[in-house]
Design a protein around this ligand. Structure first.
Ligand code: 13P
Ligand code: SF4
Length: 345
């Protein structure tokens, strides 16, 4: 990070930095209380800070709302704030922008992408879709705006099963991009779907064998897993759900020990909400901390402070893409409301 003394850089200088770095690489003044300054800037600018459960604990603690992808898109759709600071990954901030085209949406670091979203490039997907002109496209929210614009309806890990289950039975469906979630939805709904072969780099590293060994060691522990995990993990799981669903399960279950197969950030809220429960992170195949999402963890308090102060990097999209992508997102929000899937967060 660069050390800058007053006066603050101009908009043009900030823009150049963002083009080069993907974020504003300026060191906040020495000695400031970042928590207090972020609060002050949020109030002064009528900004709301939305954070995903995979963010670092201090970011979750300072956010106005912490949630899963569905809860965050519901909050983004209903906010009265003038500016949204999205502490998550790029597709989440894009979704907030699509739902609020006239508001400023900033993300602490534009480099915070998603391996799953990246596994579905728009040109390749357009060519795939063209081969099946009689199919509708159901896309997971972990996709770029360009893929959403080619979709009929969006789903998240919270609502994929009930939404696909509620779609007209004569629809032939392409499901993209997560093949593990797609297989899970097919198993739960009994519907055939054509699957795009994408996966998440974090949820596919859990070791089936090591988890089996842990279950022998702790026979009372329940295995809870995100549906992006491999089928071998999901087959053993006692409960499968989105991050919010996993959190609620830990709170409500009478059991006291859980093996948690998802990104490590969710453990913060689980520990806060259920301090007496023992949480064991599902082990990865290799000795690494790869159950930490490298994209989510690019966001820091310093970058959030800068995003608020400099109102950059801003998420921008073409009007045409936003209009095309909004319809399937709104379809999802409406169906989720009809199905009673409202996130409390
Ligand atoms: P949620 O739908 O649980 O928020 O999951 C999003 C995600 O990126 C999982 O890797
Ligand atoms: Fe994408 Fe996986 Fe990170 Fe979720 S955990 S944001 S799916 S790379």
């Amino acid at each position: 990070m660069l050390h800058i003394s007053t006066p603050l850089p101009s908009k043009e200088e900030v823009h150049k930095m963002v083009l080069e770095w993907g974020y504003v690489p300026i060191q906040p003044p020495a000695g400031i209380d970042l928590f207090a300054e972020i609060e002050r800037l949020k109030r002064a600018k009528n900004a709301v800070l939305l954070a995903h459960y995979y963010q670092d604990a201090d970011i979750q603690d300072i956010a106005d709302f912490v949630g899963d992808s569905l809860g965050l898109s519901q909050k983004a759709a209903e906010t009265n704030a003038d500016m949204i600071v999205f502490a998550g990954v790029h597709f989440m901030a894009e979704t907030a922008k699509i739902l609020n085209p006239t508001k400023k949406v900033v993300i602490p670091d534009l480099n915070a992408g998603c391996s799953l979203s990246d596994s579905c490039p728009p040109e390749a997907f357009a060519a795939f879709k063209a081969k099946y002109p009689d199919h509708k496209v159901v896309s997971y929210i972990n996709t770029s705006a360009a893929i959403k614009a080619m979709s009929d309806i969006i789903v998240t890990s919270s609502n994929a099963v009930p939404i696909v289950g509620a779609l007209p039975s004569d629809w032939k469906i392409i499901f993209a991009p997560d093949k593990n979630l797609g297989l899970y939805v097919m198993r739960k709904t009994g519907r055939e779907m054509l699957l795009w072969e994408g996966v998440c780099m974090v949820h596919t590293i859990f070791s089936h064998q090591k988890i089996r060994a842990l279950r022998l060691q702790y026979p009372d522990a329940e295995l809870i897993a995100h549906p992006e995990c491999e089928p071998a993990i999901l087959e053993q799981a006692d409960f499968i759900g989105s991050t919010t669903a996993l959190l609620n399960y830990v709170i409500q279950s009478p059991r006291s020990r859980f093996i948690v197969a998802t990104e490590s950030g969710i453990l913060h809220q689980m520990r806060k909400a259920a301090p007496s429960k023992e949480l064991i992170q599902a082990p990865a195949e290799y000795s690494c901390s790869c159950n930490t999402c490298p994209h989510m963890k690019l966001n820091t308090l310093e970058k959030i402070y800068n995003a608020l102060l400099y109102e950059a990097p801003e998420v921008t999209l073409s009007v045409d893409i936003m209009e095309k992508a909004r319809r399937p997102i709104e379809q999802m929000l409406e169906l989720s409301r009809d199905l009673g899937l409202l996130s409390k967060g």
